[in-house]
Design a protein around this ligand. Structure first.
Ligand SMILES: Nc1ncnc2c1ncn2[C@@H]1O[C@H](COP(=O)(O)OP(=O)(O)OP(=O)(O)O)[C@@H](O)[C@H]1O
Ligand SMILES: [Mg+2]
Length: 338
């Protein structure tokens, strides 16, 4: 009796073991086939990379700009004919330290321009020259020229406050006024002498900044009670309310989560149909997603042991990211330094 049971059990074990060996064999066949496919794919990928090396580069269309921009700009000052802002041999000093040198840059109308480059290379410094925010830094001094629609913005007749209403700014850290959401928008407009329908302006600005639906029922609540991403959109709405022509953004998403970041990026796409946007960013994906043109800055050591920033390359964003002219640009955008 016991012998029978043991024999049966042993038979069943041998069946199971046989079935396992069949499964294992089949798995090894599948694994072999997968490794063959993977090898073939790597051969194809290698061949494609060899072919692409010899082909002229074809810039991939940016997901947001279906129409290619008919511009080829290198450090240009002469190619862009519709430049809104232009710097000519711009040097900026803080005290006796030259922070950024020889910047020649044309910012064309109604496009988004990204400033990228390692920390300390002068991106914010150049950005702040466009609306004379550097005037607020006592030690800052500029040489060269910055023009806005052909006019020297550092000329004696220019009122920096008036200039800043035409060239607005959004900062890295959202900075709503400690006032209601409504007042955050109305305040600047009123200061600028706006006499139209204020309710309408507030609604319109919040809608343009894609914030209206979030705040329409709490316009009297404090702007500081909003989330970081909402606060940043409130600051953009505030900038828009004074009807600027250019909006400067210095790392506007640096303090935001990925969803708020994406919302601001979508907003930038909307805004650039009406405004010229210059955005400083450390986020390479962001630069390639939102901008039409990209300026890459770098810094080099000075004999005094300091560093001076300079503009390395300025071109269509696709070219900067896929076919830059300078080796250092290639290294930076591919993350090899910075
Ligand atoms: N207010 C200031 N006073 C003195 N030096 C300054 C001032 N602001 C900037 N600098 C100097 O000017 C140089 C460029 O600074 P800037 O802030 O423009 O760089 P950045 O490219 O914007 O850097 P980051 O990516 O870190 O923001 C740096 O060497 C910096 O130390
Ligand atoms: Mg900066």
């Amino acid at each position: 009796m016991l012998v029978d049971v043991l024999a049966k059990f042993s038979y069943q074990l041998s069946v199971i073991s046989y079935q396992l060996s069949v499964i294992s064999y089949q798995l090894s066949v599948i694994s072999y086939q997968l490794s063959v496919i993977s090898y073939q794919l790597s051969v194809i990928s290698y061949q494609l990379s060899v072919i692409s090396f010899f082909l002229p580069s074809f810039p991939l269309p940016s997901p947001f700009s279906p129409t290619p921009i008919p511009l080829k700009i290198m450090y240009s000052t002469d190619v862009v004919t519709d430049a809104v802002l232009r710097t000519k041999n711009l040097n900026v000093y803080y005290g006796s330290n030259l922070a950024v040198r020889d910047v020649n840059l044309d910012i064309p109308e109604k496009q988004a321009i990204a400033f990228i480059g390692p920390s300390g290379c002068g991106k914010s410094t150049v950005l702040r020259c466009f609306n004379r925010m550097n005037d607020l830094v006592k030690s800052a001094k500029i040489e060269g020229k910055v023009t806005f629609r052909g006019q020297d913005i550092y000329g004696n007749s220019v009122n920096p406050v008036g200039l800043r209403s035409r060239i607005g700014m959004v900062f890295q850290k959202p900075n709503p006024f400690p006032k209601s959401i409504y007042e955050n928008i109305a305040f600047g407009a009123r200061l600028n002498g706006y006499t139209g329908d204020m309710d309408q302006l507030v609604e319109e600005s919040l809608k343009k900044a894609v914030l209206w639906d979030d705040v329409k029922d709490k316009l009297k609540e404090s702007g500081l009670a909003l989330s970081g991403g909402q606060q940043q959109r409130l600051c953009i709405a505030r900038a828009i309310a004074v009807k600027p022509e250019v909006i400067l953004m210095d790392e506007p998403c640096a303090a935001l989560d990925p969803i708020s970041t994406l919302k601001i990026e979508e907003l930038i796409h909307e805004l650039k149909t009406q405004y010229t946007i210059v955005i400083v960013t450390h986020n390479m994906q962001q630069a390639s997603r939102v901008s039409d043109l990209t300026a890459f800055y770098n810094a080099e050591p000075t004999p005094k042991g300091g560093k001076v920033g300079y503009l390395v390359e300025y071109d269509r964003t696709e070219a900067i990211f896929q076919n830059p002219a300078q080796e250092s640009t290639k290294d930076y955008v591919s993350g090899r330094f910075g």
